[in-house]
Design a protein around this ligand. Structure first.
Ligand SMILES: Cc1cc2nc3c(=O)[nH]c(=O)nc-3n(C[C@H](O)[C@H](O)[C@H](O)COP(=O)(O)O)c2cc1C
Length: 451
């Protein structure tokens, strides 16, 4: 029997996350994102389907302008409005028992002392089910929202991230020894002073005295997710991540990424099994091939291509909006995004690719279409490529997840590709078999370090 895949649901606390325009569909409850009911219902549904993680993406600014403005973003709700995901997690944890909760937080948006405190509090409240998706932030508007004139250069952001995680590791792992919280009514001793330490961190960007204000939670350090793919991002992930998100175009491409990442791990004192790899995919499921193909066409028609272009152009830091949608790609004047343009060009056969094709193809990217049996076969191929888990992207909430749980999960379960029940304990225990980071992780070096 194969090892069961791990399943994460990839969402954002907003109406239009990745597939833009779909919020207009009748079943798209994501427009109710201001309401806790939507998220509590989804968390319960995911737990019913034995999903492992509910993963919230997040940004703290707008993508770059489209056609010289952010009008398009507001018009179509391109991640605006969007709410803080961390604030709603305790409610979701309270309404579930086993589902893990990963949320994105950028090094830009919060001081590491306060962030570490927030994570520890959530980890207590969820009995050890919190994960952090570490992002360095690539949006100039986000930088300007936090008082910077512009983005910190790319590789310097990863140096910043190294110091940021270092502060949090010291607080989570080194500030409190095991057994420091006594709460002994008889002696009147609440804590053991000899086991609670200042960290006295002094670095390039931060000075943090400590001690950590929260006693250790079940996992201490949350499960660490990361998605960097640049050379600097890959090194950061090899050193720190316990789960890496991929959006590889094919299983072969994923296999090559995973192999090179595995090869890098020993350089950072880590072992092959220390990182789980999650491939992002979305699904269109039909009871027959024809039905799946029809639903696929309906989804294509519901996607707003122009909004897809606004999002992708903004993410790449180029102004695609000033180009006419039917302009050939060879006419697009831009620096540094040739790989994306080439990918689009190579994907179109028999005619010249246009700006519109960028929107259409990004909408279709990573989408598996078919019957539950066909989809199970494709997931098997992703697993054979070395993928441990699937990050399930949605068109509609909760529909995309209910369909997957109702129709695909039972087939996967029969084939041993999905689990039969939850393992007990914290999220890290469910994924790796232990509650706290292993000795091979850099955070572990701070245990007993501040005596
Ligand atoms: C599945 C996935 C989810 C991501 N989620 C976010 C997110 O929520 N917020 C964000 O700012 N960046 C997000 N990113 C972007 C990555 O954190 C990272 O910035 C990007 O992959 C580029 O990394 P690099 O600069 O090392 O190449 C995500 C990337 C992937 C593949």
């Amino acid at each position: 029997m194969p090892t069961p895949l791990i399943f994460s649901a990839f969402v954002m606390n907003t109406a239009s996350h990745i597939l833009h325009g779909v919020w207009r569909q009748p079943g798209a409850r994501q427009v109710e994102f201001n309401s806790l009911d939507l998220w509590v219902d989804l968390a319960k549904e995911l737990e019913r389907g034995l999903f492992d993680v509910l993963f919230f993406a997040d940004v703290t600014g707008l993508y770059g302008d489209f056609d010289g403005s952010y009008k398009k973003h507001v018009d179509i709700g391109l991640q605006i409005p969007s709410n803080d995901p961390s604030v709603i997690l305790s409610a979701l944890a309270y309404n579930t028992e086993n589902l893990g909760f990963a949320f994105t937080s950028s090094i830009l948006q919060e001081h590491p002392f306060n962030f570490a405190r927030k994570i520890s509090t959530l980890d207590h409240a969820s009995k050890g089910r919190i994960a952090w998706n570490i992002v360095t932030n690539s949006l100039p508007n986000a930088a300007r929202n936090f008082g910077y004139d512009d983005l910190t250069p790319h590789d310097e952001r990863y140096e910043w991230a190294e110091e940021y995680v270092d502060v949090t590791y010291k607080l989570w792992e080194g500030s409190w020894d095991d057994g420091a919280l006594l709460q002994d009514r008889e002696s009147g001793l609440h804590g053991d002073f000899s086991k609670v330490h200042r960290i006295n961190h002094v670095g390039k960007r931060y000075k943090v005295e400590g001690p950590h204000l929260v006693a250790p939670s079940l996992q201490r350090t949350p499960v660490l997710f990361q998605a960097g793919s640049s050379p600097a991002g890959t090194k950061f992930a090899a050193a720190n991540a316990e789960a890496q998100f991929l959006i590889a175009p094919t299983p072969d491409a994923a296999a090559s990424k995973i192999t090179s990442m595995q090869a890098l791990l020993p350089k950072y004192g880590r072992r092959a099994g220390d990182i789980k790899f999650f491939q992002g995919l979305s699904f269109v499921i039909g009871s027959t091939e024809e039905e799946a193909a029809r639903k696929d066409r309906e989804l294509d028609a519901a996607i707003d291509d122009e909004a897809m272009i606004a999002h992708l152009g903004g993410a790449m830091g180029i102004e695609l909006g000033t180009n006419q949608l039917d302009q050939p790609l060879s006419d697009v004047k831009t620096q540094g995004i040739q790989s994306v343009l080439n990918w689009v060009r190579e994907s179109i056969e028999g005619r010249e690719a246009t700006v519109r094709d960028i929107g259409i193809l990004t909408g279709k990217r990573s989408r598996l279409v078919g019957t539950p049996e066909q989809i199970a076969g494709k997931l098997k191929a992703w697993q054979a490529a070395g993928v441990d888990g699937i990050n399930v992207m949605n068109a509609t909430i909760p529909g995309s997840y209910s369909d997957f749980i109702e129709h695909v999960m039972p087939v996967l379960r029969k084939q041993g590709l999905a689990k039969e029940g939850y393992a007990p304990g914290s999220l890290r225990r469910k994924l790796f078999g232990h509650d706290t980071v292993p000795e091979t992780h850099p955070a572990a070096a701070y245990r007993q370090a501040f005596h």
